[in-house]
Design a protein around this ligand. Structure first.
Ligand code: GLN
Length: 295
């Protein structure tokens, strides 16, 4: 009889045990805890066939998140498919930093938070979700999320609905900040802004070097021209235009980047925002990962 224990033994040498538990859980619609604590649970034939197929794909390198259609980020589950980047643990820093900023006096009133290139919506949804519990503050903020990919926005919206924050975030389709620059109706004038962006930043060289076998995620969400900085430079241009036309009183830009880009990011920020204060933070692997530009 094919029990969970039987399956675990059968595939334990083929894929990582955690991945296997998540695959079995996904197929029988039960939590990982259930899988671990119910080795005697009997699986039917159709379930066995499906598990076998997913294990085979996993062995060929398909990311687990795409196989089970979700990824945990900041303690929340996000739906993903091949059209969106899989949320990375290092990006949780962006959420922590945004929440920290929102707690400072500077940002307690009339602040707009814009997540540029939102993908699955993981950053903005995690921020909002952590603020809704504090009903006294949530009303002071307005939240926006943009993405150039219509397919990504479908996922971001579905995730926002799943986490019951859809009515709190305005989702806009377009190139980086363009939808917000084009329309006056979002009233950015004289406001305080926090702009969060995890844009494609992998250079073509690194893409070729490190992603040779991993061609599962959308290249358009990972790779950027000009040493991986094309998208950030474009974003800086747009923010510069905005800061000149909208007279925002305070802007903080949070960006995630690749460790070797730190000095170039600093240079770019100095060119576009000469009066800004620029700070950097390392990720859990002690690599430079996040930039914070304030002006
Ligand atoms: N951190 C991701 C990676 O190295 C890249 C994400 C991005 O380009 N925004 O795979």
């Amino acid at each position: 009889m094919s029990t969970i224990q039987f399956i675990s033994i059968k595939y334990s040498n083929e894929i990582n045990i955690l991945d296997l538990e998540l695959i079995v859980g996904f197929i029988i619609n039960k939590s990982r805890e259930f899988i671990i604590t119910h080795p005697e649970f009997v699986l039917n034939k159709a379930q066995i066939v499906k598990i076998h197929a997913l294990v085979a794909k996993r062995k060929k390198g398909a990311p687990l998140a795409y196989l089970i259609g979700k990824k945990e980020f900041f303690g929340l589950d996000f739906k993903v498919d091949k059209n969106v980047l899989i949320p990375r643990p290092e990006t949780e820093m962006m959420v922590e930093e945004s929440l920290k900023l929102l707690k400072t006096k500077n940002y307690q009133l009339k602040t707009k938070i814009i997540d540029v290139g939102t993908g699955s919506g993981n950053i903005i949804i995690s921020v909002v979700k952590n603020l809704v519990n504090q009903s006294s503050v949530i009303g002071h903020y307005k939240f926006f999320a943009t993405d150039i990919s219509q397919k990504a926005l479908i996922f971001a919206k579905a995730n926002a609905k799943n986490h019951k924050v859809f009515n709190k975030i305005k989702f806009l389709q377009g190139n980086l900040m363009e939808p917000l620059l084009k329309s006056k109706s979002y009233k950015l004038k004289a406001n305080k802004l926090i702009i969060v962006a995890n844009l494609p930043y992998v250079s073509s060289k690194n893409y070729k070097k490190y992603y040779s076998g991993i061609k599962f995620e959308p290249q358009s969400a990972l790779v950027s021209k000009n040493y991986g900085l094309f998208h950030y430079e474009k974003l800086f241009q747009q923010i510069k235009t905005l800061s000149l036309t909208a007279h925002c009183s305070l802007i903080t830009v949070l960006i995630e980047f690749s460790p070797e880009q730190k000095n170039k990011i600093k240079l770019l920020a100095k060119i576009y925002f000469p009066t800004s204060k620029i700070e950097f933070k390392k990720d859990l692997a002690k690599k430079w990962r996040m930039g914070k530009i304030t002006f």
